[in-house]
Design a binder for this molecule. Structure first.
Ligand code: BES
Ligand code: ZN
Length: 879
């Protein structure tokens, strides 16, 4: 237990800073045993926001060794300042003054990977959210924006490349064998966007011509062995720059844009001004080492970090409660980009699935919070699916309500009005309102309340009046404004023209362009001139992040699956049908009845294979049954083993029924064509490999030869990994073992490939049992200090291998808790993220729930818990 309990910070306590830092001059002297940081800050009192304040200056700092402080050139004596655990207070300062501080830090011992640290042989930084305070004493808060000039000095042979934000303005070499580069960033920025890199790196270069005709130098820095893995990120970067000009009218604003790949990184990537730092797994790819999904992730994340240059950097957050202002909006922008580059429907399906599994679960658990939280203990714990994905959905709803043109007017006004400022979510919404001359007052509730709204819909057809009535009821006492996109399908599957009965509907004018704005607790729509009872298609395109209940019959779902013109609902009809069949099997299991799978499901999935209106990517999505975690999320009380048993049963029956057609499909698609990471080929491989994984689940026939053959003969990692995974995830342990062994021998020198090899074993229901996880943890390829390895083994085990994680004897929970305890001291952020799978213990069947809770209690009893782990564990255990 903690000696003193960490305290919550509240949004309502926000106060503007008492001081402004006009200029920040930094000098880093990097050595192997320590680094010295000298800062010179040009400061003044913030009279504009705190007229008459004459109090002391309080700076924050953590794990710093203070060497000296000077104010206006005079060394301070010990009685003129106080150093506490996390702060430095200077008692008296003038209105304007120059503050010089020297500190020492030990980047080589920094395993938390926040602030300045070493990854491989290089120095790098991660300052968001509050890492800068581990570099020097500062006003480490996003509403303090300053002009940075940074000199980096290091040994010239070990660290030939020295980088920071902005433009290189001076280079020097010293007789000692050291050298220095000075960087100047002309744009004001908060310190969380500061970055520094020093290493022996190669660079891939290109240029981009902006819409106003300026040439920007693009550089991707990597360790020498990875220079052959930079092409795709460069291509994605150029496409992102172009897209942001065309879609949002946003041009890049420096002459140079740099990306650096590092192996040890807590997150995916970071948008530091002009110098993005990337987890190597999110930037490096070539056809031999990276799968199609890695390519897709790289495209999305390069775009995301680039888009932050406007949504985050030029216009930044006032405080960390506004995090979704930059993250939600930027996720929305990267989702639009991905939709434009690939299949828009498939992207929508993936995002909705993420919302419905992970975000809905978070919103129903102990860490539930609004998109704009009211309080936190440790901000690092709030980089959540709610901030990111629900935040994105809320921006998407604004777009739906305003239309594309209105939304663009709003974003233009937002960027122009607030350029160079640190603002709140409210300012974003106001810009949208002002540019469109309307009020979003009721809508703002989406930012302020946690939890998933539920909407219940019932319908009624009047055969005589030829009217069709839809009644909507929303769960919340204080209603949300919910945009519900809908259509009605006529007899032959066509979209009916929707004519509202103005008198009997509760709000005739709220239905526009297929979108109904639900604003009251209860509302009714009456459609006239409906000749036969239609089938309603509700919440098309997942138009709001809600749970919508409507009691569909299986025949109605089959109808929607076949005819719905909305791609998302077409997919969702298949999911709902499968879910319903899986529930039925679960109740048969419980009642000890023979297990029967509704033959209509088999026919429906079979006819999907014959449809030529579906593209490959869409068909691949439609063939996949709802995931165990989605099914779990729909249950009041979760029994993973019952879910898994039922789902596996349905999957096996489907595989047997469709095997012949799947084999034809597989063979038709399995043509070698020279690997290209482009959407058409990716979709084709995706569908082929979906077919392969089904075939290996079939009890009839012998398809393992297909997988073995594909594993041995392919020219790309996508096909290799898919074949390996299909063996590992089916009952072919001999073939799987030998494939795993030869794979490791072939790839042991490529860490990113080894991580995939670890993950495919850790995530398997077959291979993932606890002893195997222990073996992976003691394998030479594992390193608990590397977050990617921890995610590959421990994260994948707890998140993917659900049957093994929830092993009846509790050994999975214990393994996770052991590792959380080890990581708590090494890397609190990574430790804290691993608590999530245990935190939902209340929703599990009794024995498992209790075992999970005991592990949380064991973690809670550890001495010296980090704030990060303390917050999640204590909230999980409290009522
Ligand atoms: N600003 C974040 C990275 C970050 C978050 C750094 C928290 C430190 C603490 C970055 O823009 C981001 O959101 N990255 C995501 C990927 C993105 C595609 C959603 C990530 O790292 O997972
Ligand atoms: Zn981001």
């Amino acid at each position: 237990m903690q000696d003193t309990q960490p305290k919550s910070i509240y949004l309502k306590d926000y106060q503007p800073p008492h001081f402004v830092i006009e200029e920040t001059h930094l000098r880093f002297d990097l050595f192997e045993e320590y680094s010295q940081v000298d800062s010179r800050l040009v400061m003044r009192r913030n009279h504009q926001q705190h007229a008459g304040y004459t109090g002391p200056l309080v700076l924050v700092g953590q794990q710093l060794e203070l060497l000296s402080i000077k104010v206006d050139g005079e060394l301070l004596t010990a009685d003129e300042y106080q150093v506490e655990d996390d702060s430095l207070t200077i008692n008296t300062v003038a209105d304007d003054f120059i503050l010089e501080i020297s500190t020492r830090i030990e980047p080589q011992n920094n395993t938390a990977l926040e602030g300045l640290y070493k990854s491989g042989g290089m120095f790098c930084t991660q300052c968001e959210a509050e890492g800068f305070r581990r570099i020097t004493y500062y006003l480490d808060r996003p509403d303090v924006m300053s002009i940075f000039t940074t000199e980096v000095i290091a040994d010239a042979s070990k660290y030939p490349i020295l980088l920071s934000n902005g433009n290189a303005v001076q280079r020097e070499t010293f007789a000692s064998g050291r050298h220095s580069v000075t960087w100047h960033d002309p744009h004001k920025k908060p310190c969380y966007l500061f970055a520094l890199v020093a290493g022996s790196l190669l660079v891939k270069e290109d240029t981009f011509k902006t819409m106003s005709g300026r040439t920007v130098d693009l550089q991707i820095f990597v360790e020498p062995q990875n220079i052959d893995k930079t092409d795709y990120a460069m291509d994605a970067l150029k496409r992102s720059m172009k897209w942001d000009e065309e879609k949002y009218g946003r041009e890049y604003d420096l002459d140079i844009f740099m990306i650096v790949a590092v192996d040890d990184f807590n997150m995916g990537a970071m948008e530091n001004k002009g110098l993005n730092i990337f987890n190597s797994s999110c930037v490096l790819a070539n056809p031999q080492t990276a799968t199609d999904s890695a390519y897709q992730r790289i495209e999305a994340i390069v775009a995301h970090e680039y888009f932050h240059n406007w949504s985050g950097n030029r216009v930044t957050c006032r405080d960390w409660f506004q995090l979704s202002l930059k993250e939600g909006f930027t996720v929305y922008r990267d989702a639009q980009f991905t939709a434009d580059m690939n299949s828009a429907t498939v992207k929508r399906i993936e995002d909705a699935a993420l919302m419905r599994t992970v975000q809905f679960a978070e919103d129903a658990g102990p860490m539930a919070h609004p998109v704009q939280p009211d309080s936190f203990i440790e901000i690092s714990n709030f980089y959540t699916v709610t901030i990111y994905e629900k935040g994105c959905e809320v921006v998407g709803m604004i777009n739906k309500l305003l239309g594309d043109e209105g939304f663009r007017k709003g974003s233009d006004l937002y960027f122009d009005r607030h350029d160079g400022q640190a603002v709140t979510i409210n300012e974003f919404v106001s810009a949208m309102e002002d540019a469109n001359n309307l009020s979003l007052t009721q809508f703002k509730r989406w930012y302020k309340s946690a939890g998933t709204p539920i909407v219940d819909v019932v319908s009624q057809y009047d055969d005589v009046a030829k009217t069709y009535t839809l009644n909507f009821k929303q769960s919340c006492a204080e209603p949300f404004l919910i945009p519900i996109e809908l259509g009605l399908l006529g007899e032959s599957g066509q979209d009916l023209e929707l004519v509202m009965d103005e008198n009997t509907s509760s709000k005739g004018d709220s239905f526009n362009g297929g979108i109904f704005q639900l604003t009251e607790k209860e509302q009714t729509l009456v459609f006239t001139g409906i000749e036969k009872e239609p089938v309603p298609s509700l919440l098309r395109d997942f138009s709001a992040p809600i749970k919508l209940n409507y009691d569909y019959s299986r025949d109605q779902l089959l109808f929607l699956l076949q005819y719905d013109s909305d791609g998302f609902n077409c997919w969702d009809a298949g999911q709902k049908l499968a879910l319903d069949v899986i529930y039925e099997v679960m109740s048969q299991q419980q009642a000890n009845l023979p297990l029967m799978v509704d033959p209509r499901l088999l026919t429906a999935y079979g006819s999907l294979l014959q449809r030529d209106d579906l593209d490959h990517a869409m068909l691949a999505k439609m063939l996949i049954l709802p995931s165990i975690s989605y099914i779990a999320e729909t249950q009041e009380e979760i029994d993973i083993h019952a879910i898994n048993q039922a789902r596996t049963h349905v999957q096996t029956i489907l595989a047997d029924a469709l095997a012949a057609d799947l084999e034809i499909l597989y063979k038709r698609l399995n043509i070698t064509q020279g690997y290209l990471p482009e959407p058409g080929q990716m979709a084709q491989r995706g569908l082929k490999n979906a077919a392969l994984s089904y075939l290996l689940k079939a009890t009839s026939g012998d398809y393992k030869a297909l997988a073995v053959n594909q594993f041995e003969n392919n020219d790309n990692m996508t096909d290799s990994m898919a074949a390996l995974a299909s063996l590992v995830n089916s009952n072919h342990s001999l073939e799987a073992r030998s494939a795993l062994d030869s794979f490791y021998q072939q790839w042991k020198a490529e860490p990113l490939v080894v991580n995939q090899w670890l993950a495919v074993q850790a995530g398997s229901a077959e291979y993932g049992h606890v002893e195997n996880i222990q073996k992976l943890l003691s394998h030479e390829a594992f390193d608990i200090k590397n977050p990617n390895k921890v995610r590959s083994v421990i994260g994948t085990f707890a998140g993917q291998s659900l049957v093994n994680f929830h092993a009846e004897d509790g050994s999975g929970y214990q393994l996770l808790a052991d590792n959380i305890i080890s990581l708590n001291t090494l890397n609190p952020q990574i430790a804290s993220r691993l608590v999530a799978p245990l935190s939902k213990w209340r929703r599990y069947v009794d024995q498992q729930g209790q075992q999970m809770k005991q592990q949380l209690q064991r973690i809670m009893a550890q001495p010296a818990l980090s704030k990060d782990v303390y917050e999640v564990v204590s909230k999980s255990l409290s009522l």
